[in-house]
Design a protein around this ligand. Structure first.
Ligand SMILES: Nc1ncnc2c1ncn2[C@@H]1O[C@H](COP(=O)(O)OP(=O)(O)OP(=O)(O)O)[C@@H](O)[C@H]1O
Ligand SMILES: [Mg+2]
Length: 371
């Protein structure tokens, strides 16, 4: 899957932008604060319907303008699609695919699949569990409409149930408990299976990036599980354990006025050399681990959908030493379209000499290696 052309108007620091990409390696080079990340953000928005970093869509609109516009031409085995987004400074965004407006934002998922790395992802291993759940959700959502449905329903039920608990309405709870178990168990089941598929991929990439002799393992840890307690859990186990936990925390939930069980409390646990990476991994081990996860994401989506997603890498080169950089790029499969940003071509040239180069200065993009 790849993006052949991108158009933007009044988006971030871009007045107007029109660029065609190569199906292979695209290197976006420029000094700080010129619009490199903004460009990747535009592509991310077209794929997911949201920014990877803005709190509010309105932030994406160029200062002093009323409306930002984006269009991407996307090509896959299934043919070409055109995705358009209109983002007002205030009010609701609208997204069209091949000219037809989407009724729900979630319908966008799966049309244009991406994997993105930003320096913030270096927090994946040591940061909050929410980051790791998002890492999983982002992948599963891109390949499974059913998972999107379950996750959406689960979040609705959770909100409703929290409202009841806030008002201490114990009598209406049982109906909601059952829904929480039903959709929550489905979410957990999908995530468990995703980790099962991802785990060998991450192991392989970690070994390749960090060097032989050191292993990284992934384990999904549902809210009821203690560290080290592991799968397999059958569908019945999951529902049974979920119900048990609901009973156990009932009083606590009523006292605190919120839901204390469910997949919003799950975590993804990394172990490096059989020790919890969260507590013991070095900076270098974390970097290798996160990059291995990103490459594994490519494999996962390819395995589940039959096609590699587009890979977006924001400033990855500056985070790596020469050796690790080379090993990382060697792990990107042939045929994956790559959009990467960098402040300097020099460290990349030995590895990506065949790449198409774009220069960005102050929101204006030019093709070519020359200064
Ligand atoms: N809504 C907006 N309107 C106009 N300019 C904006 C808007 N949002 C951000 N900018 C500006 O866009 C510029 C480029 O931002 P961007 O994050 O793309 O830089 P970058 O090239 O990735 O830099 P770095 O190498 O430091 O990461 C910044 O100077 C920022 O202030
Ligand atoms: Mg940047």
């Amino acid at each position: 899957m790849y993006i052949t052309a991108l158009t933007a108007r009044s988006f971030r620091n871009y007045d107007s932008l029109a660029v065609g990409f190569s199906p292979g390696v695209n290197i976006i080079v420029g000094a700080n604060a010129q619009g490199k990340t903004n460009l990747l953000e535009a592509v991310h928005f077209l794929a997911t319907g949201r920014s990877h970093r803005a709190g509010r869509d309105g932030e994406l609109v160029k200062w002093g303008r009323d409306l930002a516009f984006l269009r991407g031409e996307v090509s896959s085995f299934g043919g070409s699609r055109s995705i358009e987004a209109q983002i007002p400074a205030a009010g609701r965004k609208s997204i069209k695919v091949d000219g037809t407006e989407l009724r729900r934002l979630s319908d966008l998922f799966g049309i244009f699949q991406i994997v993105m790395f930003t320096p913030d992802d270096l927090q994946l291993i040591k940061g909050s569990p929410g980051l790791r759940r998002r890492y999983l959700d982002m992948q599963i959502c891109q390949i499974s409409p059913l998972y999107r449905h379950y996750l959406q329903r689960y979040n609705q039920v959770l909100r409703q149930r929290n409202k009841l608990l806030e008002r201490r309405e114990a009598r209406s709870l049982p109906v909601w408990d059952e829904q929480l178990v039903r959709f929550g168990s489905a979410v957990i089941r999908y995530r468990l299976r995703a980790v099962e598929v991802l785990s060998p991929f991450t192991q392989r990439h970690y070994r390749a990036i960090a060097g032989e002799g050191e292993e990284m393992k992934l384990a999904y840890q549902p809210f009821w599980a203690r560290e080290g307690e592991g799968p397999p859990w059958s569908e019945d186990d999951i529902q049974g354990l979920f119900r048990e936990e609901i009973r156990r925390v009932r009083e606590d939930e009523l006292r605190r006025g919120q839901t204390l069980v469910g997949p919003q409390r799950d975590d993804l646990v990394f172990a490096i050399a059989d020790r919890p990476a969260k507590s013991f991994a070095s900076q270098g081990q974390q970097r290798s681990g996160v990059l291995a996860c990103k490459l594994a994401e490519l494999d996962y989506i390819q395995r589940e959908s039959g096609e590699y997603p587009l890979l977006l890498l924001d400033d990855v080169a500056s985070e790596l030493d020469d050796e690790r950089r080379e090993r990382f790029f060697a792990g990107v499969p042939e045929g994956v379209q790559l959009l990467l940003t960098t402040t300097s071509l020099r460290p990349l040239m030995p590895i990506l000499a065949h790449g198409q180069v774009f220069r960005i200065a102050n929101g204006i993009i030019r093709e070519g290696k020359g200064g």
